[in-house]
Design a protein around this ligand. Structure first.
Ligand code: FAD
Length: 458
């Protein structure tokens, strides 16, 4: 008898409940990945994530081969292809990790129906993509299907005992005669466009190495250092978590096993990830619609948006961050916050414009984390202080006090010493003229006033 392990955002063999369950259910397992053309049609396949995904699939295939198995790859509609492989192999069950987006929820329903029509079953597994499943902790009160505020969520989340970590299977016996299909390259996954030059290597083994080294070098000091822009002292595990190359359950266990403010604060960030996932699971429309509509009449400002995207707003810390995004497909969390506040509050442009640009470039680009963090910053999400505006100069003074982050990413200003790099407009006109760098796009004080007026705060 045969079962299918349908991989999705869980491209790993360690702590892999879907694969373990398929191996328990049958003597032979088809480890299947479908390059889902529906995701490409939705505009979600971009060069940076395609490059990382290609690496992750090659790594998964190699790890399955070490265990006597291999990855079976198909391309097309995920439901049709899975049903076809099930028919070819006579699989009775398909195992899949529970997803949270509207797309993933529809896929589950469609797949369950199509398989049932052929007398087969879909078995969906929780606590694969998140540490604590959406809906496992709920606020009290009738009809409450998710937490809308982080702090009470976190209290309850922290009291949950995450499930035990599962070891990687020793052997993965695949039925004979199943066509493997070649592991696709980045170009095959995303023919147009070029990936950013400095992307992380995709895959579980790269992710486990990264976690092991960061656990030694970064975890203990995470609480003091995570906001330091130049220090770059966060884990950079987000792409591995997004593609499921690392298990959030395993990370929570490992970090919780160490005492101190660093591990505790890191676990809190993993809870933020779960928090946004449980919001999206309950409100999948929040990927595109305002979670809390406030009647914003966003400005249309194409030239200003283009300057923001290209990192030439004339506010050095904003430009540094936007250029880091283009170069690495990643941006520091503090930088994401300040550029998002700049777009949605200083420029008063719709958060969807910024979220789209992030999704075009972020290697960790994730519907739950991206759309809900954008809304948090824009004031249409779960932030309990929706009208606060982050002043980029205040942020720069606090989180890049020596100006190192800006000098790294805005080389035209690299010979300005210390914090002077944050305010090139303060130079004498002749000195200022020597720098090929734009004047600020907006007056920050006027822009903050415009935002407060639009929000009826003045
Ligand atoms: P660390 O600080 O080492 O944190 C560890 C892990 O915790 C991260 O890998 C991530 O999985 C999780 N995490 C940390 N902060 C958050 C947060 N605020 N919300 C949810 N999870 C968090 N994260 C994404 O993974 N994908 C996105 O598309 C994304 N878009 C964002 C957009 C905006 C406007 C903002 C403000 C934040 C966004 N984040 C997103 C959250 C956060 O910025 C990144 O997860 C973090 O910077 C990744 O770096 P790291 O792995 O070094 O994080």
């Amino acid at each position: 008898d045969v079962a299918i392990c349908l991989f999705s955002s869980d491209l790993r063999v360690h702590d892999q409940p879907v694969l373990r369950a398929a191996l328990r259910a049958a003597t032979r397992v088809v480890p299947l990945f479908v390059v889902d053309t529906g995701i490409a049609r939705a505009g979600f396949v971009v060069p940076n994530r395609a490059a990382f995904l290609a690496g992750a699939l090659a790594d998964l295939d190699a790890q399955l081969r070490e265990r006597g198995g291999r990855l079976v790859i198909r391309t097309g509609d995920v439901v049709a292809e899975t049903c076809r492989v099930a028919a070819e192999t006579g699989a009775g069950e398909v195992h899949l990790a529970a997803g949270v987006s509207g797309y993933a929820q529809r896929r589950e329903r469609r797949l369950a129906e199509a398989l049932a029509g052929d007398g087969r079953a879909l078995v969906v597994h929780d606590a694969v993509i998140t540490a604590v499943p959406p809906g496992a902790v709920l606020p009290t009160g009738p009809g409450r299907d998710h937490f809308a505020v982080f702090t009470p969520y976190f209290r309850r989340w922290r009291a949950e005992r995450p499930r035990a970590v599962l070891p990687a299977p020793r052997s993965v016996p695949v039925p004979d005669g199943v066509r493997s299909g070649a592991v696709p390259s980045a170009k095959e996954l995303c023919p147009g466009g070029r990936p950013s030059p400095a992307l992380p290597e995709g895959g579980e083994r790269a992710g486990r190495r990264r976690f092991a080294s960061w656990q030694r070098s970064g975890l203990a000091a995470y609480e003091e250092r995570h906001d330091d822009l130049a220090g770059d002292a966060t884990s950079r595990l987000s792409p591995y978590l997004h593609f499921g190359c690392l298990s959030p359950v395993e990370l929570v266990h490992k970090a919780s096993g160490r005492s101190g403010a660093g591990p505790e604060s890191f676990v809190r960030q993993l809870a933020w990830r779960d928090f946004h996932h449980q919001v999206l699971a309950a409100r999948p429309d929040a990927a595109a619609a305002d979670y809390r509509a406030r009647g914003d009449r966003w400005r249309r400002a194409d030239t200003e948006v283009a300057a923001w995207q290209e990192g030439r707003t004339g506010i050095p810390v904003v430009d540094a961050a936007m250029r880091q995004l283009r170069h690495e497909g990643w941006m520091h969390n503090r930088a994401r916050m300040l550029v998002a506040s700049f777009l949605t509050k200083t420029l008063y442009v719709d958060w969807r414009v910024g979220a789209r640009h992030f999704l075009d470039l972020l290697v960790d680009g994730d519907v739950a984390n991206n759309q809900l963090n954008w809304q948090w910053m824009a004031g249409t999400g779960t932030d309990t202080r929706p009208n606060r505006v982050l002043n980029p100069l205040v942020q720069a003074r606090r989180f890049d006090p020596e100006g190192e982050y800006v000098r790294r990413w805005v080389p035209e200003l690299a010979d300005l010493k210390g914090a002077a790099v944050h305010r090139p407009w303060r130079l004498d006109p002749p000195a200022r003229a020597a720098y090929d760098y734009p004047e600020p796009l907006v007056d920050l004080a006027d822009a903050a006033l415009r935002f407060r007026r639009a929000r009826g705060q003045e």
